[in-house]
Design a protein around this ligand. Structure first.
Ligand SMILES: C[S@@+](CC[C@H](N)C(=O)[O-])C[C@H]1O[C@@H](n2cnc3c(N)ncnc32)[C@H](O)[C@@H]1O
Length: 223
């Protein structure tokens, strides 16, 4: 279905850091099976006023906050970092969120299964910058991932990206140049960033020591 040639085994992030607490391990046993999706088929028939996907949600604070503000929309987080998933599970329990699902896998694998024009918004916040030249192919933003996100978004749907890395900022601008008929682009910075209730801060933004940039891309043309 998708145009992205997804191959397993090309995820380069950390899978785990410190050991999980007993409570976190329990949430993996009890809560994760209820909120986990294995494929897009698990949610395609659910009755929500929009589907939003976050790529690499880290500790999940951004996604959990959005889900708590919009109970009639469905939020799906993709992440492989076990400690991050544990943090999100804790939030889902504490905030009693029923409109948040977890795809414990590479976001590109999920995109590959999604029919054209099905998604209302996609978030990619503080992706790993992979600054070394030899690692640039590891960056999430590549022509094929932009193409794939454009394909799954509805017309008028958004793709929001944030970064505090100047090299990645320039890479994003350059990568979207050939998509200027397909997306409109707006860029904000740490001073002009959208308010928290629209764009909640993530842990990486809170820890950032450099100025951050926020991209808002809107899909403006069909496939
Ligand atoms: C630098 S962290 C940022 C976390 C969070 N977005 C924040 O701003 O605090 C990047 C995260 O993206 C995740 N990640 C990287 N590539 C991914 C992919 N292809 N699919 C899902 N998650 C991915 C990593 O596991 C890591 O947790």
């Amino acid at each position: 279905m998708g145009k992205l040639n997804y191959k397993g085994g090309n995820f380069y992030g950390r899978l785990k850091s410190r050991s999980l607490t007993q409570k976190q391990s329990e949430l993996f046993e009890t809560l994760l099976p209820n909120v986990s999706i294995k494929s897009f088929d698990d949610i395609r028939l659910l009755d929500y006023k929009g589907i939003f996907i976050e790529i690499g949600f880290g500790s999940g604070e951004h996604l959990a906050q959005l889900a708590s503000l919009d109970a009639d929309k469905l939020f799906v987080g993709c992440e492989l970092f076990i400690n991050g998933i544990a943090s999100l599970l804790t939030r889902i329990e504490q905030m009693n969120l029923s409109n948040l699902k977890v795809f414990q896998n590479d976001a590109r694998k999920l995109f590959h299964e999604i029919p054209d024009e099905s998604i209302d918004g996609v978030f990619l916040l503080f992706p790993d910058p992979w600054p070394k030249r030899k690692h640039i192919k590891r960056r999430f933003i590549q022509n094929d991932t932009i193409q794939e996100i454009h394909r799954i978004l509805k017309e008028g749907g958004f793709f929001k990206i944030a970064t505090d890395d100047i090299g990645y900022f320039q890479w994003i601008q350059k990568s979207f140049t050939s998509f200027d008929t397909k997306f409109s682009m707006e860029v904000l910075n740490s001073e002009s960033r959208p308010p928290e209730f629209i764009w909640p801060q993530t842990r990486y933004e809170q820890k950032a020591t450099k100025s951050c940039n926020f991209f808002l891309f809107i899909k403006k043309s069909p496939l």
